[in-house]
Write a protein that binds this ligand. Structure first.
Ligand SMILES: NC(=O)c1ccc[n+]([C@@H]2O[C@H](COP(=O)([O-])OP(=O)(O)OC[C@H]3O[C@@H](n4cnc5c(N)ncnc54)[C@H](O)[C@@H]3O)[C@@H](O)[C@H]2O)c1
Length: 367
């Protein structure tokens, strides 16, 4: 039998973070083929919020490890985004291109509903706003819906805006001015987040160089901004003489080789889990490279979907995402003061808010 709550203590695998989760729920509906795991890491700051990943995991154990990690990461992201939400995430085991159906999504919605609001779901890899509309037919605890259903639409709009704000804060820390005018920025991956980041950078007067494995994505940017330079791949991009490196493709972009090769002074991008292993944070600090922690600067998307829960207001959500500038600046200051890498400083700040604000639940209120 799977020892869910003991897993993180017994399993020496580096992919499973330590720490106990509040609640882990296995959801199965044989007829529709639903097999999902919902993990709530913490509700110290409010109901758990995090997306649903629909993915053909090789094993239940792999799915469990992923959802435990992802839900914990959401607790830290939501905390530093200033949201009244704890960390949670869900995975549906299966191939979204063949296994997704109305019945499966609605069965899943009923399990979410059964948690009575302890978990709010949204999109992630393999799920889209249209899917959330279907899940929402069975549950009130769904966000990231289509605009036609009162949702916020594509979350990459504020994700890119937040990354841009984080980059300005990193520039202020590194150069004494937040202006990116004339700075050379390398953007790896110009998909939903990356191409919007390029728009902000060009508007600011930065020089941009990009790479992407998808020729169509490259062409779209070239057509909008003919001055943008294109290089062959990520290795070429990180070998360029750039000031700022923005990983906006897949996780694990910053490994030992990238650290050794990189000329950039700043790393700030939208991709999740950028560091290939935890030691990279320290290596970057030792090389004098300012790393803006990924989960801090890419939190614009979750800010957008959290706002939708109150009834979406773009101006309000954008104002919240603009605060990513202040949070990033604070992390760099704290890292200097405490002599730790920025990733460790971010974790400390997130834990502090979870503890200080979460503690207030101890003041009894009649509800
Ligand atoms: N969309 C959001 O709101 C959001 C929010 C938070 C974090 N993120 C993270 O940001 C990253 C990008 O998300 P997205 O929504 O833009 O996805 P996307 O799929 O639209 O874009 C990713 C782009 O990266 C390109 N790519 C893939 N491998 C590459 C490689 N080896 N070298 C260069 N380019 C490569 C793809 O072709 C694609 O154009 C992901 O890591 C995602 O988890 C996204």
């Amino acid at each position: 039998m799977t020892d869910v709550f003991g897993l993180s203590h017994k399993d020496p695998s580096p992919v499973v973070h330590p720490g106990r989760h509040e609640q882990v729920v296995f959801c199965s509906d044989e007829r529709s083929g639903l097999y999902a795991i919902i993990a709530i890491y913490s509700t110290a700051l409010g109901p758990g919020l995090g997306g649903t990943r629909f993915y053909p995991y090789e094993s239940e154990q792999a799915a469990l490890a992923d959802v435990l990690n992802l839900s914990r990461a959401m607790a830290y992201k939501n905390s530093l985004a200033g949201l009244d939400h704890g960390g949670a995430k869900a995975v549906i085991i299966g191939d979204p291109s063949t296994d997704k159906s109305e019945a499966l999504l609605r069965a899943y919605g009923r399990f979410i509903e059964s948690l009575g609001g302890r978990y709010y779901t949204a999109c992630d890899v393999g799920t889209y706003s249209e899917d959330m509309d279907v899940v929402a037919r069975e549950s009130s605890y769904v966000t990231g819906r289509t605009e036609a259903h009162g949702g916020a639409g594509d979350s990459s709009v504020l994700t890119a805006f937040g990354v841009f704000q984080g980059m300005r804060a990193a520039a202020e820390h590194a150069y004494g001015t937040p202006s990116l005018t004339g700075r050379r920025v390398g953007v790896e991956g110009v998909g939903k987040v990356g191409h919007r980041l390029v728009d902000h950078l060009i508007e600011e007067g930065a020089e941009v160089v990009i790479c992407d494995v998808d020729e169509r994505a490259v062409d779209r940017v070239r057509q909008r901004h003919p001055a943008v330079r294109v290089v062959a791949d990520a290795t070429a991009l990180t070998s360029e003489d750039i000031d700022i490196y923005a990983p906006c493709a897949l996780g694990g972009a910053i490994d030992d080789d990238t650290v050794a090769r990189l000329n950039a002074k700043i790393i700030c991008g939208g991709a999740n889990n950028q560091l290939a292993h935890p030691g990279v944070d320290k290596q970057l600090a030792e090389r004098g490279i300012f790393y803006a922690p990924d989960y801090v600067v890419n939190s614009g998307g979750v800010i957008q979907v959290a706002d939708e829960i109150e009834g979406f207001n773009m101006a309000r959500a954008r104002a919240r995402a603009a605060k990513i500038f202040d949070t990033t600046a604070k992390i760099f200051r704290l890292a200097d003061e405490e002599g730790v890498p920025p990733g460790a400083a971010a974790d400390r700040l997130a834990e502090r808010r979870m503890s200080e604000v979460g503690r207030l639940r101890g003041i009894w209120l009649r509800r």
